[in-house]
Design a binder for this molecule. Structure first.
Ligand SMILES: [Zn+2]
Length: 243
């Protein structure tokens, strides 16, 4: 069988093509958080033939996750999310490499786990880890995609250190996120998770295939069914990228 047989329809999409598929198969992508956004992103990345995936999550599957965490089913309750997701993904695409880390991302393990990644996808549910990703990637130079979902709305932003705005250009102080709505107090509906994980993987595919840097924040609401873009530039005096 042709080595690209499973990607036949994706290769027919002209902006991607066979040369794009080769780039995807050579790429390594890290996914930080293997919950709602992370399972959606990992599913799309594995099927698209991202050659190497690194999954990080220290959490276990719970019944209340099944409403929106699309790689898991009832038999997975109690299992470690990263490891179980890796097992499911291996059944979807056995030709890619998948590493699972059942631990929390910290400043101490960032380099060991993620230094080989061409792109890192934020699929966390907390700003502490996002600020960690922001500062670590400003040191490493790696591009990453911030994604967030709450209630029926969500947004994605590609961050290319010292080129695009960074997360600190938007949120200079830790305390600014204290009053942000969260899944814990505002809930969440499944469709916005699927939409935002798809937006992030679209940005990722185009970045890996064409080195395209999306400079707008892309926002969706899955209840009003509205979408909009917010142009973003580095903020002078940013405490992160020091624009
Ligand atoms: Zn900045």
């Amino acid at each position: 069988m042709h080595p690209f047989a499973r990607y036949e329809k994706q290769i027919l999409f002209k902006p991607l093509g066979q040369s794009g598929q080769k780039k995807l198969l050579k790429a390594q992508v890290g996914i930080v958080g293997v919950g709602a956004l992370g399972t959606g992103m990992a599913n799309l990345c594995a099927r698209a033939g991202i050659g190497s995936l690194v999954l990080i999550d220290d959490d276990r599957v719970e019944l209340t996750n099944l409403q929106r965490q699309t790689l898991f089913d009832e038999s997975d309750i109690g299992a470690g999310k990263a490891q179980r997701a890796a097992e499911k993904l291996a059944g979807i695409n056995s030709e890619i490499k998948i590493e699972a880390f059942n631990e929390r991302l910290t400043d101490a393990n960032f380099v060991d786990i993620l230094s080989g990644c061409d792109l890192i996808l934020d699929a966390t549910d907390n700003f502490a880890t996002r600020f960690l990703l922001n500062s670590q990637t400003l040191s490493s130079g790696q591009a990453w995609i911030y994604s967030g979902v709450t209630a029926s709305s969500g947004q994605c932003m590609l961050i290319n250190p010292f080129d695009t705005a960074c997360l600190r250009c938007l949120i200079p102080e830790d305390t600014m996120v204290d009053d942000f709505p969260s899944v814990h107090n505002s809930g969440i509906i499944g469709p916005i998770v699927t939409i935002i994980s798809s937006v992030a993987v679209s940005m990722a595919l185009r970045y890996l295939v064409e080195n395209h840097i999306e400079r707008d924040v892309i926002c969706f609401d899955a209840w009003d069914l509205r979408c909009h873009r917010i142009p973003m530039e580095r903020t002078p005096g940013c405490p992160g990228c020091r624009a």
